[in-house]
Design a protein around this ligand. Structure first.
Ligand code: ADP
Ligand code: 5GP
Length: 186
């Protein structure tokens, strides 16, 4: 099965996805490729495969990506075919953390196999506060991320499930139940 997570940056998507991966050992994270630089403690092959713009271009040209987006100007992110194959070969369920456009594309590709989940922040102001507190982005990058949020929120309606991440513990419980329900369906 496929789980697709999308959200405006700062909503708490990574926090919730990491919680889920701890709770369900047979769910596995599909590590995307990106042309952005690592931030904080990020390691190559863990959060992302970090690529130069030239290397990223080669992935596109060699048809190694299922989808890719220029999520922010000059910053590319893409889903690797090899990751999906690697995870499915082990018999695990695939977890995608992608932007809203990428999420909609993956939903089209995987159809009924996929459950798409949108993580919503309580407000755009709270989103900014969280990004500032996280302390991993420059003020310019925070502006870019927040600037996209209102538009991204408009697309929440296309997802199978919307989880509001206001109280983190509540959001974790809701997420756990949603995933359990989906796993028990098949
Ligand atoms: P995203 O992956 O969506 O960009 P993160 O998971 O990195 O977001 O979360 C952004 C910041 O907000 C992190 O510092 C995280 O610890 C914090 N955070 C996550 N969920 C909540 C919440 N419910 N309340 C307050 N802070 C939160
Ligand atoms: P960040 O820079 O915060 O890690 O990610 C920025 C945005 O890019 C997030 O919304 C994240 O979900 C998205 N993203 C990460 N990997 C992919 C991917 O493979 N494809 C697409 N379309 N978006 C991605």
């Amino acid at each position: 099965m496929i789980f697709i997570f999308s959200a405006p940056s700062g909503s708490g998507k990574s926090t919730l996805v990491n919680y889920l991966l701890q709770e369900f050992p047979n769910l596995e994270f599909s590590v995307s490729a990106t042309s952005r630089k690592p931030r904080g403690q990020e390691k190559d092959g863990v959060e992302y495969y970090f690529k130069t713009p030239q290397e990223f271009r080669r992935l596109i040209d060699n048809n190694e990506l299922v989808e890719f987006e220029e999520v922010y100007p000059d910053l590319f992110y893409g889903t690797l075919k090899s990751e999906i194959e690697r995870i499915q070969k082990k018999g695990n369920h695939v977890v995608f953390d992608v932007d809203v456009k990428g999420g909609r594309k993956l939903e089209q590709i995987f159809g009924d196999e996929a459950l798409s989940i949108f993580i919503a922040p309580p407000s755009v102001e709270e989103l900014r506060k969280r990004l500032v507190k996280r302390g991993t982005d420059t003020p310019e990058m925070i502006d870019k991320r927040v600037g996209k949020a209102a538009e991204e929120m408009q697309d929440a309606k296309y997802f199978d499930k919307i989880i509001l991440n206001d109280d983190l513990e509540k959001a974790k419980q809701e997420l756990q139940q949603t995933v359990l329900q989906h796993l028990n369906k098949k």
